[in-house]
Design a protein around this ligand. Sequence first.
Ligand code: FDP
Ligand code: ZN
Length: 336
Amino acid sequence: MIDSKTLTQFNIEEQQKISGATGELTLVISDIATACKAISNGLKNGALADMLGSLDNENVQGETQKKMDVLSNDIMLHVHRHFGHVAAMASEEMEEIVYIPDNVKYGKYLVVFDPLDGSSNMDVNAPLGTIFSVLRAPAGITSPTTQDFLQPGTQQVCAGYAVYGPSTMMVLTTGNGVNGFTLSQDIGEFILTHPQIRIPEDAEEFAVNMSNQRFWEAPVKRYIDECVQGKDGPRGKDFNMRWVACMAAEVHRILMRGGIFMYPMDEKLKAKGLGGKLRLMYEANPMSMLVEQAGGASTTGRERILDLQPDDIHQRVPVVLGAKNEVERVTRYHQE
Ligand code: FDP
Ligand code: ZN
């Protein structure tokens, strides 16, 4: 496998294809990869390193922070603060955006991330992830504000995630297809193992938290109900179901073997005044860019996710993504 390209080699080659590229994005991606290696390492020893369980504090979303949430966030902040290739950052774990210290060189990118996605999986030794999105800081801005982050997903220059499963992988796009890299435990490098990933247009596998079924809206109820009826229902084929409770692992499975994933709007979320479960800027947007770049589709059910104009860094949205024909069907059910 080592005769394949490393993530750094791959990104330098990609960068050389773009005239006028300064190499700064390659450096940002390389910092993210460094952080993901450190997070992967932090996860590895689990209970032996006293890394299971929660802390007493809550994050901005009112969720109890796990020890690994805090460590992963610190790692992501540290690499970007230290190496100075970004202008500012925003994280699921922090209410406000984070600035780069004055003594560090300013970069031209904004990085938004969910440092540890699916963190409840930590205590049960199931897969976890890190999700990230890179945006351009508006030209001429040296001190970005929260407003400067609120760009639609179509403006992302890079999107990706790391998934920490039996092996650690990083999957990313810079708008020219989707490529997957596996972390070599031997040489500590991400190696290109999954070039130009494509999602099949049809699917026989769905991922949704079925325990919320009675709270869903009618179009989602109809779609899932038809899948569950299998061969005997209107779809005329059997479906399989998965729920890993980690969006990164869920999207990864879809990129590897197809399917549809959804966290739709429901009555419980509505009652809490939330626009959905998943966060637009550091979950839905980066995953939507990846899925679209791999030939799939992504919507709230009513609108293309990448077209949404964010009004808050921590805004939540309903998400339906994956196999193109299945996502189009869900969209059609919302229109009917
Ligand atoms: P988590 O809160 O554990 O980080 O980020 C939201 C998320 O996980 C997704 O990764 C995952 O798909 C979903 O929540 C799981 O939700 P349920 O608790 O409803 O299973
Ligand atoms: Zn998450």
